[in-house]
Structures are given as C-alpha cells and as structure tokens.
Design a protein around this ligand. Structure first.
Ligand code: ADP
Ligand code: TZD
Ligand code: MG
Length: 581
C-alpha cells in the first residue's frame, strides 16, 4: 500500500463515528427494554450513570447499595424483567451482594452490574483501588456470573445476563465490568452490530401431558383437597388462569404471604383464616409456585397432621425442586401459566366439587377465627397494641386496594400478614424466603417507581433501621411512599432489661420513644406522630391522598410483642438457662 492511500484510510477512520464501553452497555440495556437502573455512583461507574441518565434511562441513586439491590430485585419480581443494580468495585459490590443473594433465594430476576479492577492487577494481587476478585466471590451466591473484557463482547454479556436472570427459575446474575472496558473504543457501526436483542428471554415451558394426567388423577381422588399459592404464582402473572383453576375446582386455597391478593383474601374459597386446620387436615395438596421449605414446615411434622396423611402435587419450573423435602406424587414441571392452563383443559366441564363436609368445616373454622379476631382489631386505645393499629391499616388497604403494602419486622410482620387482607395480585411485598430485615425502603422505592401506585410500608422500628437512611432517597425523588413505623422501642418488645444490672441498655431495646418522624422532616417530607388507631388511620389517609413522602411514627405498647413474633419456636434453647430457672 502506498503512503498516500494509507494516510487517506487513517483520515476516514478518524472521521468515522465512534462508541465506547460506556455507551455500549447503555445501548445493550436499552435495546432489551431496560429503562431503570438502581445504584450508587463512584469509580469506575460514575460516568456510566451519567450517560445512562442522558440517554433517557431512569437512574435512581441510593444512599447504600443494599437498598439499591433490593429495589432492583423487587422491580424484577413486579415486572418479570431483570432489575438492574449498578455498584462500584469491592465494597460497593459487597454491599449489593446481600441483595443479589436474597434475590436468588427468592427467585427474583435481577442483575448486579459492578465495576471492577483490571484482571492483571487482581490476579497478581497487586493492590488496586478497591481491588477484589468479585467474580469468584459472587459465583456461589447467584444463578450465573459473567465478566466482559472486550467492548465487542458487551452485547453478548448483557444478553447472557438477561437470559440467565429470567429464564427457568428466575434469580440473581452478576455481571463484572472491569474499569478499562468502559473506555475501549469501537466504530459505532461495529458496536451497533455487536449488540444482541434477546428473543423470548423466558420461553414457555410446557408440562408433559402425562404429568398433567397424573396430577388430575390424584386431585380427583382427594377427599380434602387444598391449593397452596406461592410467590412464584404471583410472579408468573397467570392471574386469570389461576383464578379459573381455583374456582372451577372449588378447592379451598391458602396464599403464602406474597401470593396474598392473587385471589382476594375475602374470596369464599380462601382458607387463610383456617390455616392450621387445612394444613393439618388436607389429604391432597396442590402447590403452585410455593416451595416446601421452612415456611411450610418442610411438608412434615405436627403442622401437617398424621405422618403419611398427605399427597403432594407440585407445579414448579425447576425440576430439582421436586422431592426436596417430602415425596411429590405428581410433579408438574413447567411454567405456571402453561401448567395451570393444561390442568384446566384436562378438568373438562364436569369436575366434581370437593366434599361439602370439608368445605363446610373450613368455613365454620374461618368464621370462628374471624369472630375471635374482630374485637381486637377495633380497640382504639393509647398506647396502641399491634392489633388495634393493624385494624386501622386493614381498613386503609380495603379502601385502597391498589396501594402496595411493604412489610417487615417480627410482630409487625407476622401480625400484619394475618390481619391485613389483600385484594389484588402483587400488592404485598415482604421479607420473603429468608425473613430478611432491610428490604423495606428499597422495595418501597422500586414499587413506587415501577408501578406509579401509592406505597404503604409497615415497618417494625428495628426493621426500619436497616434501610432508614433511604427516606432521603424517597424525598429526593418525591415518591408517594408512606412509611408507618410500629415503634415499640425495640426488637420484639421494648421492655427488656440488662440481666447483669449494668448501665448498658438490654440487647434488644432502643432509645425510648424515638421520634422517627423527625427523620422524614429533615429531608422535606412530612413527619407525623400518632398514639391511637384513629389518629393512625387519619394520618395514613392524609399521606396517601397527598402522595407526599410521609413517615408516621406510631407509638405501640412496648410490652405488646412476643419474642421473634410467630417464629419464636425457631430460637435455640439454652440448657444452662433452663437449669437456672
Ligand atoms: P413462597 O415463599 O411464596 O412459598 P417460594 O419462593 O418458596 O414461594 O417458591 C416459588 C417457586 O416458584 C420457586 O420454586 C420457583 O422455582 C417457582 N417459580 C417461579 N416462577 C415460576 C414460573 N413462572 N413458573 C413455574 N414456577 C415458577
Ligand atoms: N438481621 C437481618 C438481616 N435479618 C433478620 N431477620 C434479623 C437480623 C433478626 N431479626 C428478625 O428476624 S426480626 C428483627 C430482627 C433484628 C427485628 C424485629 O423488631 P422490629 O419488629 O422492631 O422490626 P417488632 O414489631 O418489634 O417485633
Ligand atoms: Mg419493634
């Protein structure tokens, strides 16, 4: 090649439009319909956030990565698109990791994208700024983990991450982007060609016809059938099919906590108010998107009545879930929409109703329990107990079934789950499979951003503390979030004393009568202090009507709670302590 031709080539290349790693990541996300990022800025991803915002992506900056990660996870649950959390290297990554692991445990699709240090420095352990082998750390805690080293691979990397997050059993995915990747340059044309639009990211998984026949045979032989709906059923967004199956079969149903509202809790077939009776007495149990983990006593033990008295049918997209705790006599592997549709088709038009003795006994038990509870929910005294306060909030949700309820704590969680009826799908978001504290503000923020609906976050005072600083984020984005703190001065109760008689506070108590409402005021939101259920109801109505960020500090009797709420039985017992007594 002559010198002249060479210099013309160089000239035209210089004039060609260029792109870089920053813009390719943003373009890859946008191409795949991802329009929101939750994160915390810093080296090396500060400009990634800026450029994403400039490109029309909504970038929500948090005060701590764990809450950004929780927001991404619940966005994934609500939308069936992977929620994106963006963090800096090592410490930011680690802060986000709790949320990634929690998302994976709960089967929520999310992608944690972290900036990282260069391989050559990490691998020789030469001590970079915030250096860590993040890919290795993330791997055991998520469904899949990928690293992209070349700008030309960004399209494939993002596509793999999306597909891994949402296909099959959804979960958390880690995407590692080393700092040098962002400034790598390509021609815009080659860059555009390198991007991948994921086709059919979560393909339908059709159940085998013989698995459907087997399930229907078992169900037909049942004398005391029960359907349990889990949060997988809520995630699947097969609401009409599930309702049709429940109603056509006439079988009583029990919703797990985040499946509440899939059918209204007031539905005549709801067995929610007769939970322990139906678990003990049922002879055939159809699980739809619910695992037989600790939340269902592993399918055995006293909760489930006589040993060997149950047959389980299970619908799940994950084949390995079958027989995880007890024998599943009729496994139905596939996506819930396809499985439920196939069951409905196989039931035909003359499906027999369950025996009237069974449904009648459940209704009697329900009425008895509801009548027992009613007066406790109407108590309008100061100091409030949990039931009085929850009675007020139960009315709020009845009057505003579109509002999203976020809930965490111990007593505050367990009692709210039982008392507050839900009327619509995916309106209750809570601590999930791990019973983790700290999801509150992250879930509330993403629920408001993703749905545009008002959010009511009902928080134990301890639970709130894990993510409390994000009230600034709520104010900054002016979100319609009303936080209610059930302030009983501590974890479970506010009455414990230091057993040594020393000056330190007891391990489970906090500053007495703390004014959490002032925290919201500090950032320009509305703070309200209430002492009776009537005041609480008025304050929540005012908050939800105004749509303004509001924090209501609800003074609860410090002596009202029980240790660990409803799961005190899981606390190990000390033999030594028993001897002393
Ligand atoms: P819960 O805590 O409400 O009992 P789990 O989180 O234990 O619910 O169970 C949810 C189950 O739903 C998981 O086993 C998961 O594999 C399954 N799942 C999630 N999405 C789908 C889907 N679209 N189709 C079938 N199963 C699903
Ligand atoms: N840390 C994390 C991440 N998750 C947890 N579940 C716990 C600690 C232990 N824990 C619970 O299981 S509930 C709870 C803690 C600290 C707080 C309970 O106090 P609260 O609720 O004020 O939120 P009540 O209404 O006082 O019972
Ligand atoms: Mg408390």
């Amino acid at each position: 090649m002559s010198a002249v031709v060479q210099s013309i080539d160089a000239h035209s290349a210089a004039e060609q439009e260029l792109t870089d790693g920053f813009h390719l990541v943003i373009d890859a996300l946008k191409l795949n319909g991802i329009n929101t990022i939750y994160g915390v800025p810093g080296i090396p991803i500060t400009d990634l956030g800026r450029f994403a915002q400039a490109a029309g992506i909504r970038v929500i900056s948090f005060r701590h990565e764990q809450h950004a990660g929780n927001a991404a996870a619940i966005a994934g649950f609500l939308t069936r698109k992977p929620g994106i959390c963006l963090t800096v290297s090592a410490p930011g990554f680690l802060n986000g990791l709790t949320a990634l692991a929690n998302a994976t445990t709960n089967c929520f699709p999310m992608i944690l994208i972290s900036g990282s240090s260069e391989r050559e420095i990490v691998d020789l352990q030469q001590g970079d700024y915030e250096e860590m082998d993040q890919l290795a750390v993330a791997k055991p805690l998520c469904k899949a983990a990928f690293r992209v080293l070349h700008a030309a691979d960004i399209g494939i990397g993002v596509a793999r991450a999306i597909r891994a997050a949402v296909s099959g059993r959804p979960g958390g995915v880690y995407l590692d982007l080393p700092a040098k990747l962002f400034s790598q340059v390509m021609t815009a044309e080659a860059g555009a060609k390198s991007l991948v639009k994921v086709i059919d990211a979560a393909p339908a998984q059709i159940p085998a016809p013989n698995s459907i026949k087997r399930a229907l045979d078992v169900l037909k032989g049942a004398k005391r059938p029960l359907i349990i709906l889990g949060k997988g059923a809520a995630y699947a967004q097969a609401d009409d099919e599930i309702r049709a199956l429940v109603e056509k079969s006439g079988i009583p149903f029990l919703p797990m906590s985040m499946a509440k509202g899939l059918l209204p809790d007031t539905h005549p077939q709801s067995a929610g108010a007769a939970r322990s009776t139906v678990l003990k007495e049922a002879d055939v149990v159809l699980l739809i998107g619910a695992r037989l983990n600790w939340l269902l006593s592993h399918g055995k033990g006293k909760t489930w009545g006589e040993p060997g008295s149950k047959k389980f049918i299970q619908i799940d997209i994950e084949p390995k879930e079958m027989d995880s705790n007890v024998e599943i006599v009729a496994p139905v592997v596939g996506d819930i929409g396809s499985c439920v549709s196939a069951l409905l088709a196989g039931m035909g038009d003359n499906w027999p109703s369950p025996p009237a003795g069974w449904t009648g006994a459940i209704n009697a038990k329900k009425e008895e329990n509801i009548a027992k509870m009613a007066p406790r929910l109407m108590k309008n005294t100061a100091p409030m107990d949990f039931h009085g306060a929850l009675g007020a909030l139960r009315t709020v949700i009845k009057e505003r079934p579109d509002a999203i309820l976020v809930n965490e704590g111990a007593n505050t969680l367990d009692l709210a789950r039982g008392v507050i009826d839900m009327y619509k799908p995916r309106k209750r978001l809570d601590v999930g499979t791990w019973g983790v504290m700290g999801i509150g503000m992250g879930y509330a923020i993403a629920a408001a951003i993703e749905t545009g609906k008002p959010v009511l976050a009902v928080e134990g005072d301890s639970a709130f503390g894990f993510s409390g600083m994000e009230v600034e984020t709520i104010c900054r984005y002016n979100l319609p979030v009303c936080v209610v703190i059930f302030n009983n001065n501590g974890i479970y109760r506010g009455t414990d004393v230091n057993p040594s008689g020393g000056a330190d506070a007891a391990t489970t108590v906090f500053v007495k009568d703390a004014r959490y409402d002032k925290m919201m005021e500090a950032f320009g939101g509305v703070g309200i202090h209430v002492t009776t259920p009537d005041e609480l109801k008025r304050a929540v109505d005012q908050a939800l009507d105004s749509g303004k960020p509001t924090l209501i500090n609800a003074a609860i009797d410090p002596a009202a709670g029980t240790e660990s709420g409803r799961i005190g039985n899981l606390n190990p017992q000390s033999v030594v302590k028993k001897k002393k007594k």
